[in-house]
Design a protein around this ligand. Structure first.
Ligand SMILES: Cc1ncc(COP(=O)(O)O)c(C=O)c1O
Length: 374
């Protein structure tokens, strides 16, 4: 493991993915703690003792608290989600006004704005396009007076480009809201998330907490200005006083809640977040950055085109290899046959993504296979 010295051995010992796993941008194999937590919570549910449901749902607070600490927002400004995309729907229906977003965003950050516009609760303006980087310059050139919010991914799923959130914040000015899809960045980079008025993340990728949970954090302005249009029964005051009356939405970020979440998922998320806290997000991010740097070097050495940014400040955990002759599918099959997981994007691109636990042999092996297709 290339960066073992920067991370506690106890962190590295938590993971058991097979060598060859280079697909963390798709999902990150969970830790032993996550496995143990899920199994225990499921066993508790199976036993069905008095008070079990309350005990299981208390996992929500453990996850919210850990997320709040890691993302740097107050607990009241943080709520949980079943997945990132559910948070983006809440933002799109609640923010109002006209939102500027790249047409090249992951679809979970495109359809909510279209749906909100179709429902008549907001407007969308598109900028950029597929694989166009959302730079502060692009945002500045696309802003019009009517734009009230900008939505962007912290790290682009397709290019690996890490957005300059501070730069975007600067060109937007203080009055527009910055809405961030953080799933490809959170727990992969050491980011100051306080630039965002809302940031939504999921548990299943870089957090390594498995599917079914995520979280969303709001600045005070975001919390005040984004309405819980899609909030439901668990997002109101006194949700269980079944009095037949509509109740006021909560004032904290829990106003966006729709229903109870799976405690198996939120408990797993909590354990994954606590492990990140223990190891230090800075150490994990540094290790991921170093590992992806080595991967880029090895691919370049093998004659493979790199289509993701080379500049360290502009990338996170994603490295995109290019196959200009259109043989990416064959290369991807060769990787799979060699036990290497990666994501095929069309006929010319393979997305590789490494974590702090990725070993040097995996990086060398991938480069060796891909050399044959360069
Ligand atoms: C940038 C981005 N946003 C959103 C999603 C969807 O995340 P979730 O499944 O947590 O809704 C993905 C998943 O690949 C993604 O890459």
């Amino acid at each position: 493991m290339p960066q073992a010295t920067t991370l506690p051995a106890s962190y590295l010992a938590q993971f058991s993915e097979q060598p060859g796993y280079l697909n963390f941008a798709s999902y990150g194999p969970p830790s032993r703690d996550v496995l143990a937590t899920s199994a225990q919570l499921m066993a508790d549910a199976a036993a069905g003792a008095v008070g079990t449901a309350d005990k299981l749902h208390a996992e929500d607070l453990r996850a919210r608290a850990a997320f709040a600490r890691l993302v740097g927002f107050d607990l009241d400004n943080v709520t949980l989600l079943p997945a990132t995309a559910y948070g983006l729907m809440q933002l799109a229906f609640g923010v109002g006004g006209k939102v500027l977003v790249s047409a090249g965003e992951f679809p979970a950050n495109v359809y909510p704005w279209l749906r909100a516009q179709q429902a008549g609760v907001g407007e969308v303006a598109f900028m950029g396009g597929a694989r166009k980087m959302v730079t502060p310059e692009l945002v500045a050139a696309s802003l019009t007076q009517e734009i009230t919010a900008v939505a962007v991914s912290a790290v682009d799923f397709q290019t690996g480009y890490r957005a300059d959130l501070a730069g975007i914040r600067d060109v937007m000015g203080p009055h527009r809201l910055l809405l961030v899809d953080g799933i490809q960045g959170f727990a992969a980079v050491d980011q100051d998330w306080s630039m965002a008025d809302a940031v939504a993340v999921g548990s299943q990728k870089w957090v390594r907490g498995g599917w079914g949970a995520g979280a969303m954090a709001f600045s005070d302005a975001g919390l005040e200005r984004i309405k819980p249009v899609l909030g439901s029964w668990t997002g109101v005051e006194n949700p269980t006083s079944y009095d037949g009356l509509p109740h006021e939405p909560r004032r904290d970020a829990l106003k966006f809640n729709v229903s109870n979440l799976s405690p198996f998922a939120t408990g797993a998320f909590a354990s994954a977040l606590e492990l990140i806290e223990e190891a230090g997000i800075d150490a994990i991010a540094a290790s991921i950055a170093a590992t992806t740097g080595v991967l880029i070097e090895k691919l370049e050495g093998a004659g493979v085109d790199i289509l993701s940014p080379l500049e360290a400040s502009q990338r996170a955990g994603i490295v995109v290899a290019g196959f200009p002759t259109g043989n990416a599918a064959e290369a991807h099959t060769a990787l799979a046959l060699a036990g290497i997981s990666a994501t095929l994007h069309g006929s010319q691109r393979i997305r590789l993504s490494a974590h702090a636990t990725t070993d040097n042999e995996t990086l060398s092996h991938a480069a060796l296979i891909l050399a044959g297709f360069a």
